[in-house]
Design a protein around this ligand. Structure first.
Ligand code: NI
Length: 168
């Protein structure tokens, strides 16, 4: 299990660096990320969320997609957009509607360095864009207008103060 970094940690605001070594270290990291994501009940987790500033994320949407994306690039997004509630393991306990392109085409490398392309819609399109944003230091709350963002951050801070207080 890896620690999940939360709002305020600098690594979450950085532009991440490409992965250059497709070695056993990468496989160990990816396995640990899948475990950590499952434990936290998430559908996606990006490397900077576990303190690793590299261009890598994992996705696990039951029956749809379970894969590691190394050095991903967004090739195409639809003009049509979709608005749905979004949350993030790095901003736990709060959710907000986010508008994003409804469909997306992503190209990435697998753990051997082989290139693959995925076209996503629905939750997969949303997860791919959300995780890709993490690699450029962008959180879903950064996609909101100032007023919405302030409201969500306030709710987050209130919730986490309450959580800390409730600990013995
Ligand atoms: Ni996230």
């Amino acid at each position: 299990m890896l620690d999940i970094y939360t709002l305020g940690e600098e690594v979450l605001t950085e532009k991440c660096q490409p992965i250059t070594k497709f070695d056993s270290g990468l496989r160990v990291l990816v396995d640990a990320m899948f475990e950590t994501m499952a434990e936290a009940d998430g559908v996606g987790l990006a490397a900077p969320q576990v303190g690793v500033p590299n261009r890598l994320f994992v996705i696990n949407i039951k029956g749809v997609e379970r894969r590691a994306y190394v050095n991903p690039q967004i090739l195409e997004t639809s003009i049509e957009t979709d608005t749905a509630e979004e949350g993030c393991l790095s901003v736990p306990g709060v959710w907000h509607d986010v508008e994003r392109p409804a469909r997306v085409t992503v190209q990435a490398q697998d753990l051997e360095g082989k290139v693959f392309t995925v076209q996503g819609e629905g939750l997969l399109a949303r997860a791919l864009q959300h995780e890709y944003d993490h690699l450029n230091g962008t959180l879903f709350i950064d996609r909101l207008n100032d007023e919405e963002k302030e409201k969500v951050v306030k709710a987050y801070e209130k919730k986490n103060k309450a959580r800390r207080r409730s600990k013995p």
